[in-house]
Design a protein around this ligand. Structure first.
Ligand SMILES: [Fe+2]
Length: 277
């Protein structure tokens, strides 16, 4: 009996340790994006993407890791807070640390659309100098050359999901933004990867997305198990996808929401380096 209890205890401790490590140790997914439209001055330009933090507090380790990666800009692609456990002070602490590393560009996720305190969160972001891209395009210039970064709110900010109303309005808005951004190399920040067809249709070159949490549980040789809006064994769970002229990167995200664990899916920092062809 004592042996059985000892075995159960050791297994429980090992499982707890594995879960802790799997949910708190940071990984970096590295991508190099080659495109003839990338101006010479942006060769080697580094973008760090943080997504789906869901109020997780890494106690300074996340910003330390980002600093080591020497980014030129930092993009945050939604669900910075979690609507079920909103704590704006955790988000503010992170933004205050990140702002000394590189300029921050932020878009909302579906969780921001659910919280009454979103105006407060937005004010905090703006107070620290983060650019809130809620249907805006900004130019980034180097030596007289430029690329653009366009950001759009999550579809849940655009009305009801009934009869795809929100998706239709979202697509229209993205089209207008695309028409006004010029035809240079264009980056898009948008929370959802399953809308890849819309991003490609409107001529963006590189999209940063999240939302899928890598499928929450990842199985070897299979990938992600379940994501919101894509269901079981999703196509766009993590990594790099191409459609027409578009490359879309999908972050596995950093925190958790309703399902409190990641399994085989450690928190993900995306590092993307641009390369002119
Ligand atoms: Fe999320």
């Amino acid at each position: 009996m004592k042996k059985i209890i000892a075995c159960v205890c050791i297994t429980a401790i090992a499982a707890g340790g594995y879960l802790y490590w799997g949910n708190n140790s940071l990984t970096v997914s590295r991508y190099t994006i080659e495109n003839v439209k990338i101006p010479k001055s942006f060769d080697g330009f580094k973008i760090v993407q943080l997504s789906d933090i869901h109020n997780k507090d890494f106690g300074g380790r996340l910003s330390e890791k980002v600093k080591e990666l020497l980014p030129d800009i930092i993009v945050i692609t939604g669900d910075l807070i979690d609507s079920r456990k909103t704590d704006i002070s955790v988000a503010e602490k992170l933004i205050a640390e990140l702002k000394s590393i590189a300029p921050i560009y932020y878009i909302t996720g579906n969780h921001e659309s659910r919280i009454e305190a979103y105006p407060e969160l937005r004010a905090v972001l703006e107070k620290h100098g983060a650019a809130v891209l809620d249907g805006k395009t900004v130019d980034i210039e180097r030596n007289g050359e430029k690329i653009t970064v366009t950001g759009i709110d999550d579809t849940t900010f655009f009305g009801s999901a009934v009869l795809d109303e929100s998706k239709i309005i979202f697509s229209q808005k993205l089209k207008e933004l695309a028409e006004n951004r010029g035809d240079g190399f264009g980056i898009l920040l948008s929370h959802r990867p399953e809308l890849i067809d819309i991003y490609a249709e409107h001529g963006y070159d590189l999209a940063f997305t999240g939302h899928a949490h890598g499928g929450q549980i990842r199985l070897p040789f299979v990938g992600g198990v379940l994501t919101p809006n894509q269901g079981f064994f999703p196509e766009y769970d993590a990594g790099e996808f191409k459609k027409d002229g578009l490359t879309m990167l999908v972050s596995r995200g950093l925190g958790n929401s309703l399902f409190p664990f990641r399994i085989g899916n450690r928190p993900d920092i995306v590092l993307c380096e641009l390369k002119g062809e």
